[in-house]
Each structure stands twice: as structure tokens, then as C-alpha cells.
Design a protein around this ligand. Structure first.
Ligand code: ARG
Length: 443
């Protein structure tokens, strides 16, 4: 029973939040005349002492004390004696743990924001460097159209921006205090829930005591934010893995972010990127797991809910580490623009430019232009030449309307330079996007 019941090995991580909650509660109890001022003083100084003990390396852990709440209260009793027993007036571990956990998740949202911002800064710096480096853009992992590498990197900037807004939204929605919900029904003591909410930086007390103690939607929502951010990182990690493999050869990972093989001396493996991709599976598992834990629970508290913390802590730790790894990798990876440019020109990647030119300069409907371009690509394939090597006579042999025309610039640079639509890949637009991103990051 002792072993299955205990959560202290996991929830000791809430010690700061637990002390903060207890301080706010003790002060409120005294202010409302529920406990005496000297008792509150004794409790507060005892809590200070416990804080110092945790800072200095921890309070000896007793598994029979079950959780962080009992652990702190028991230690308080050892330190100050009788007044310690008054702290739990008008409070239950049910509202206590819900409060502590919200406080913890709120801090994690802030930490996520800071780490994601760091990743964005790294992406913007490299995008600026490569605003006009040409690379192949892919669809179906087939070379599709040339793009600029800066543009590709800034796609991840946008993803991180939305990830940040999701965490901010999560923090905003969870910011209500369950403290004072007591076990489930509220309390008969004349408490001031608004005062404890304010002291703990919450916007307001939760409106319903049963909801306050029994929902964990904030934790599920946070895990959703973590999972989405991890999925974005995993895609970037996957690209690093592909790009660093020899058939691509788009990047060279620095020694600091790769590992060797114990048997093949030439190896440089993208282990960190692979682990970011792998950790994402565990994070999604944590998210799924907590949803499954919650879905069948009747109101209000059930002990199943104690299993909310381990998956959330694990998922957050993995994301935190993954963000650090990807930020480090993005900052230090060597990009090989020559190889990217060479691949960008393969696979008739500027065929769309030819079709667009037929529409623009010859007034053809796009569908017809698409058809003619298809025939042109076939001709080039048969002859083993690039689109750029076409002559006006070649075009005229496919469609007589095209004789005596001047061919457009079908180079990869010509292609990217022409894509100036809003949000497009042209170096001009990438430069603007970099400037805007820098401004966003500085505010
Ligand atoms: N350790 C518990 C948890 O994390 C605290 C709440 C316990 N409440 C109770 N009635 N047993 O959920």
C-alpha cells in the first residue's frame, strides 16, 4: 500500500509551489481571523526554514508521508510544533495539489516561451545569412521548385511563433486558483479566496469548487502544446537527418552535435536529431496517456489523478532538452549551399516558370501552358538537356505560336527572384521577413 500510494518521488518537484501555496493560505487564515497572528508567524517562519532546507539539497524523503504536501506539513510540525497542525484548516490536499500543479505548469509555459524564442532567434540569424542561398523545395520529397534556404528556415520560425502563442493561451486559461475549494464542496470557514488567488498571481479563484479540485484540463492542454511544439521540432530534426546523409549532403553537422560509431571510424551520426524525433513519440504518449487517465473519472477527485504529474514532467523535460538541442544544432550546423544549389536545378524544377511565362507573355490559359510545358520537359528528357538549354526553335517544334520568342530566365536564381508574392521565397521577401522577425523578437 505504501508503495502504490506514494507520489513523493515524483511530486517533490512541486516543493516551491507547495510552499508558496501554504504561505498564501496561512496569511489569509490569519487575516480572516481563522488562525491567530502568532500561529501564522510561526507557520511562515517554519516554511522559510523548509525552503532553506530544500534549497540546500532537500528534506529527507519518507515514502510513508505519501506526497509533497504531507512531507512539508510533517516537517513543519517537527520544526514549529503545534501551530503546524492549524495550517490545514479550510484546506484539503485536493485543492492544494490542484493549486500547486497549476502554478508549476504556469512557470513551465514561461520557460517554454523563453526556449522557443531562443530557437526563433537562431533560425532568424541563419535565415539572414542564407536569404538568397538556393535550395530545392520539395513536395512528396521530390524536387519541386527552387526556394531560398532562408525561406525554408523561416517556415520553422512561424511554427515556433504559433507554439509560443499556444503556451501563452494555456497559461492564460489555467490562471485561476482552485485554493479554497477544499476537498470538493468548499468550506464553512470564512476564507477569502480572492486574497489567496491574488497572492499567488492568479487572475481569480475558480468558480466551482468541484471543478476546481477535479479537472486537469490545464495539464492536458499543456501537454497538447508540448506535443505540438515537439512535432515541429521533430520535423526539423528529420530534415537535419536527411540533409546530413550523404545522398543529400546539404549540411555538415558539427562535431558537437554528432556522434561517432564504435566500429566505423568515418561515421558522423545525427544522434541528437534522431533523439529529438524519438522523444516526440514519448511526448505524444504522455499527452495521450493523461487524456486516457481522465476520460472515465466521475467527479470529483480520484487517486488516478495523481498520475497526472509523471507524464507531464517527463514530456516537459524532453521538450526542454529537445529545444536546447535543436537550437544548438541550428546555430552551429554548416550549410553546404553549393550542393543545395546543384540539386535545386535538377528534376526540371523551373518548369512552372516556363508555364507561367507562357501565360504571362503569350496569353495562354494556364492549363494549356501546363500541357505545353509537359511536352517541353519530355523533349528535354529525351535529349538529356536542361530547360535552360532550350532554343526558340525547340519551343516552336512543340507549338508554332512560340516561334521567334525570347525565352525567360529559367535558372534557379531567376526562379526564386521572381517569387515575390507576399510570403514568397524571393530573397527580397526573405530579407523583409527577417527584418520583421527581428523586430518581433526584440519586443
Ligand atoms: N498526492 C495526491 C495527488 O497528487 C494529492 C491529493 C491527494 N488527495 C487525496 N484525497 N488522497 O493527487
Amino acid at each position: 500500500m505504501r508503495e502504490i500510494n506514494a507520489s513523493i518521488p515524483v511530486d517533490k518537484r512541486l516543493w516551491r509551489q507547495d510552499l508558496a501555496g501554504s504561505r498564501a493560505h496561512a496569511r489569509m487564515l490569519a487575516d480572516c481571523g481563522i488562525i491567530s497572528a502568532p500561529d501564522a508567524e510561526a507557520i511562515l517562519s517554519g516554511l522559510d526554514q523548509i525552503e532553506a532546507e530544500y534549497e540546500a539539497g532537500g528534506v529527507p524523503e519518507h515514502i510513508e508521508l505519501e506526497d509533497i504536501h504531507m512531507q512539508v506539513e510533517t516537517r513543519l510540525k517537527e520544526l514549529i510544533g503545534e501551530p503546524a497542525g492549524r495550517l490545514h484548516t479550510a484546506r484539503s490536499r485536493n485543492d492544494q495539489v490542484a493549486t500547486d500543479f497549476r502554478l508549476w505548469v504556469r512557470d513551465a509555459c514561461t520557460a517554454a516561451d523563453t526556449a522557443l524564442k531562443g530557437l526563433q532567434a537562431a533560425l532568424v540569424a541563419r535565415a539572414e545569412e542564407h536569404a538568397d542561398s538556393v535550395m530545392p523545395g520539395f513536395t512528396h520529397l521530390q524536387v519541386a521548385q527552387p526556394v531560398t534556404f532562408g525561406h525554408h528556415l523561416l517556415a520553422y520560425y512561424e511554427m515556433a511563433k504559433r507554439d509560443r502563442s499556444r503556451f501563452a493561451d494555456c497559461a492564460r486559461r489555467l490562471n485561476q486558483s482552485p485554493l479554497g475549494s477544499a476537498a470538493l464542496a468548499g468550506t464553512s470557514f470564512p476564507i477569502d479566496r480572492a486574497a489567496t488567488a491574488k497572492a499567488l498571481g492568479f487572475d481569480a479563484p475558480t468558480a466551482n469548487s468541484m471543478d476546481g479540485v477535479s479537472d486537469r484540463d490545464f495539464a492536458v492542454e499543456f501537454l497538447g502544446c508540448v506535443a505540438q511544439a515537439a512535432i515541429h521540432l521533430s520535423r526539423l530534426a528529420e530534415e537535419m537527418i536527411l540533409w546530413s546523409s550523404q545522398p543529400f549532403g546539404f549540411v555538415k553537422l558539427p562535431d558537437a552535435w554528432s556522434t561517432g560509431s564504435s566500429i566505423m571510424p568515418e561515421k558522423r551520426n545525427p544522434d541528437a536529431a534522431e533523439l529529438v524525433r524519438g522523444h516526440t513519440g514519448r511526448i505524444i504518449g504522455a499527452f495521450t496517456g493523461l487524456m486516457i487517465t481522465m476520460k472515465g473519472l466521475p467527479l470529483t477527485y480520484s487517486k488516478d489523478m495523481q498520475d497526472d504529474k509523471a507524464p507531464l514532467f517527463e514530456a516537459w523535460d524532453l521538450l526542454d532538452l529537445s529545444l536546447a538541442a535543436m537550437t544548438g544544432m541550428v546555430s552551429t550546423v554548416t550549410f553546404l549551399p553549393q550542393r543545395m544549389r546543384a540539386v535545386a536545378g535538377t528534376g526540371f524544377s523551373t518548369a512552372t516558370d516556363l508555364a507561367d511565362w507562357l501565360v504571362r507573355d503569350h496569353g495562354l490559359p494556364f492549363r494549356e501552358a501546363h500541357h505545353i510545358t509537359g511536352a517541353v520537359v519530355k523533349l528535354c528528357e529525351e535529349r538529356g538537356i536542361a530547360l535552360e538549354a532550350l532554343t526558340p526553335e525547340d519551343l516552336a517544334s512543340i507549338d508554332s505560336r512560340l516561334k521567334d520568342c525570347t525565352l525567360p530566365d529559367l535558372s534557379v536564381d531567376g526562379s526564386v527572384n521572381s517569387r515575390t508574392s507576399a510570403g514568397g521565397t524571393a530573397p527580397l521577401r526573405v530579407g523583409e521577413a527577417v527584418a520583421l522577425a527581428k523586430q518581433e523578437l526584440s519586443t
